[in-house]
Design a protein around this ligand. Sequence first.
Ligand SMILES: *Cc1c(COP(=O)(O)O)cnc(C)c1O
Length: 216
Amino acid sequence: SRHQLAVVEDCCQAHLATCEGQPVGTFGVAAAYSFYPTKNLGALGDGGAITTSDAALAAKAKRLRNGGQTDRYHHVEMGVNSRLDEMQAAILSARLPSLARWTTARREVAGRYRRLLAGAPVDVPPECDSGHVYHLLPVLSASRDRLQTWLREHGVETLIHYPVPIPRQPALASERPDVCPVADRVCAQILSVPLYPGIPESEVELVASAISRFTP
Ligand SMILES: *Cc1c(COP(=O)(O)O)cnc(C)c1O
């Protein structure tokens, strides 16, 4: 508020996360959640939600998602079609009660990886806050591309979240963003290991073992 900036939280990977005990999504004026199928809470197709405690903002968001309509067929502003369809809403309602349990499971898997990778030739970022919900568990290696190939040869699929930092996305070129050297380095070294609630312990051990046997 001192700088008259509005904070909008991107909570798309942070369902149920807390930061120093405070739930994410309660820091800014509004927060955006994704229910894309792979997220911590996922639909069977696309979906998302905005949370806010500002009633006027909530009303505007509801309008904008529905073509800018107030009453049926009365448009007061330009909107988009961003309605959550009933099928996805039903799936999400059915899955929501499991989210806390899935979150605990994600934390357990991350803890297991941390223990198994303690001596491995990769950097596992420290857990800075126990409210982390581990949408991903990225590890860092200066030989990331070779590590990914090594793991693929050992039957382990990994993904890179994300290969191109935001300032280097062509879509933002016209904004002339500053170069962010830390983001550049991290994007070149980062690799996400397999993690989902219910991943068998034996598979976590197999992945950790393959990483441990990698020669950087
Ligand atoms: C998935 C994701 C998005 C985009 O969500 P959509 O549902 O595809 O719009 C945005 N930010 C983060 C951090 C995400 O993980």
